[in-house]
Design a protein around this ligand. Sequence first.
Ligand SMILES: CC(C)(COP(=O)(O)OP(=O)(O)OC[C@H]1O[C@@H](n2cnc3c(N)ncnc32)[C@H](O)[C@@H]1OP(=O)(O)O)[C@@H](O)C(=O)NCCC(=O)NCCS
Length: 210
Amino acid sequence: MRESYLAARALCRATLSRYTGVDPSRWRFGQGLYGKPTLVAPGNFKSLRFNLTHTDDLVICIVTRAGEVGVDAEKTSQRVEIAPIARHFLSRRQRARLASLPSCERAARFFEQWVLKEAYVKSIGKGLAYAPERVTVEQDDNGEPVAIGRCQFSVYRPSSSHVAAAAVMRGRCVAPVSIRWFVWTTSARPFETIAEAPRGTRRTGSTTLP
Ligand SMILES: CC(C)(COP(=O)(O)OP(=O)(O)OC[C@H]1O[C@@H](n2cnc3c(N)ncnc32)[C@H](O)[C@@H]1OP(=O)(O)O)[C@@H](O)C(=O)NCCC(=O)NCCS
């Protein structure tokens, strides 16, 4: 747990610095009303937004200038009683869709819904103060999450036993933004990969953010 906490902080500083050239030790962090970590200094990077998630063996940090952002990851190999949780936080329509899936696909879709909702809740920064059942993130027939207004989503599988989702509230940007993932597993060498960008959008360079 402590290792994961420290890894999250190290990854966060390193990722912010990668894009800005600021020395990792110079970042200072604060907290929003409901505990969402925010950037306090250096002051000239106030438009940067970031969010973190950690589960067993996995830490993810997401950074953007596009607007508020949230990220969540879950271990899909964990044993969960899907039905009671789904009853609590999925809409009737989503539960019906889940039930109609072959049993081998049901758990995967359930975890996707979980991380999508959690990413949304984290993007608005309210944490447990926001009831997850208030938001429904639709997924199309291919499982692609559908934007809610200016909030766009991305689902990513960093390993065969994890699923992650990002929610980006596009503030100033009108066009969809591409999402570049940085994932660090504590059981393996660090690696980097880029999530599939929506068609026609600009990929972020290594030194610029959307
Ligand atoms: C913090 C919270 C937003 C997420 O916690 P979590 O999923 O247990 O843990 P994660 O690893 O994904 O995220 C933790 C990180 O989120 C960040 N965070 C903390 N409060 C936050 C907030 N209000 N908004 C966004 N991010 C927050 C922190 O960086 C934290 O890491 P840290 O403790 O090392 O500083 C918490 O409010 C929560 O547990 N929400 C659950 C809501 C729910 O009921 N979901 C059910 C399924 S939809």
